[in-house]
Design a binder for this molecule. Structure first.
Ligand SMILES: [Zn+2]
Length: 365
């Protein structure tokens, strides 16, 4: 399967517009034209994960934590931060990141964590970020519209909430006088021209506009294409965390044992060991300060991967309980869920889940 076609499925599973503004998701290495036969899913782009892909002949690595975050100023094997990217590029293995969009998505990291902990009646909770949209417009002479439409279609730029290849098209007349400085595609220098044109309009996230304009510019027949950008509201936000209920209340001490067993971890817990836990708020990964919004949900505890000491102290001072169950332990179930989903949705690709041995590849002992 072409990676471009697989990306449509990945974007459906983890909608890009759910991603937070600071995030770096999507294709980070490789070509959309490449053929994918074998692919791996991993939490981290560790050297362990990269070597796994090299040994298993994978064409693609789907990561949760983005391969490239800060701008890269060198791509050398001596720098451990960029070594995985260096190795992937060298081996011709593509890399695609689904991060906060997979945290928020239905069936994603936090739904998988709820399910692993046996929570029921789970509802969204916590931070969210609406995505700002732009209406991008251009004008092309009749007969050239399909070239431009196909250009954005091939990249999946015209997809909205379950509808793909969305574009608005209307007919009009372009009138202009080419001067001696112009090299008109249609018309003659010094003569008024009236050209039947098509106006094309696409609604897209702000983050795609500059790439879309560059692609349209390349395909546009006019010497000086006109692009108009208008702000067009935002898409509804998706919340990153979840609030759910245990099937029966248990003490905080017993809840720690429950989480340790379910996530194969050793959680750090702050709070009264005898406190009864029934309603739980959670956000996998590193969300130590979000206990403050969890309190407002009337829950008994906030569970995340990592909590700074000062946040734990403040939470207990507020009479609350918090748990740091480990970054790997709280997010790996989400990657297993993604692998299972991709097995089902794209059976023609051989999918592998990377589970590093304890102590390696980002998994603690
Ligand atoms: Zn994470």
């Amino acid at each position: 399967m072409k990676l471009a076609d697989l990306v449509r499925v990945l974007d459906d599973i983890a909608p890009p517009h759910f991603a937070f503004g600071f995030d770096h998701i999507g294709l980070q290495c490789g070509s959309l034209e490449s053929d994918i036969k074998t692919a791996a899913v991993t939490l981290d782009h560790s050297l362990f994960a990269v070597q796994f892909c090299q040994n298993q002949g994978c064409d693609l690595l789907v990561v949760h934590h983005p391969l490239i975050w800060d701008p890269i100023t060198e791509l050398t094997p001596e720098n451990p931060t960029v070594l995985p990217a260096y190795e992937l590029a060298k081996s011709g293995i593509a890399c695609f990141a689904t991060h906060t969009n997979w945290d928020c998505a239905q069936g994603g990291v936090n739904d998988a964590l709820c399910s692993q902990l046996g929570l029921i009646n789970c509802i969204p909770f916590g931070p969210s970020q609406p995505e700002l949209l732009t209406l991008l417009q251009t004008y092309v002479p009749n007969g050239h519209e399909e070239t431009l439409i196909n250009k954005l279609k091939s990249q999946g730029f015209s997809t909205h909430c379950g509808y793909q290849d969305c574009v608005y098209q209307s007919a009009g007349l372009g009138r202009y006088l080419p001067t001696s400085e112009a090299k008109p595609f249609l018309g003659e220098v010094g003569q008024y021209a009236s050209t039947p044109e098509v106006k094309l309009e696409w609604l897209m996230p702000n983050r795609l506009v500059s790439r879309a304009k560059a692609m349209l510019q390349e395909a546009h027949p006019y010497e000086v294409p006109l692009f108009i950008e208008a702000q067009a509201g935002s898409r509804p936000a998706a919340h990153i965390g979840r609030v759910g209920h245990l099937t029966a209340p248990m003490t905080l001490k017993d809840f720690k044992t429950h989480v340790d067993n379910k996530l194969d971890t050793s959680a750090l817990v702050w709070g009264d060991p005898a406190r009864l836990i029934s309603k739980v708020a959670l956000i996998g990964g590193s969300s130590g300060s979000d206990w403050r919004s969890a309190i407002e949900e009337g829950v008994d505890i906030f569970v995340t991967g990592e909590i700074p000491q000062n946040e734990a102290v403040d939470a207990v001072s507020a009479g609350f309980s918090v748990m740091a169950a480990g970054h790997y332990a709280t997010e790996q179930p989400g990657m297993a869920a993604m692998k299972n989903l991709l097995d089902h949705r794209v059976p023609e690709i051989s999918w592998k889940l990377i589970e590093p041995p304890p102590g390696f590849g980002g998994r603690p002992l």
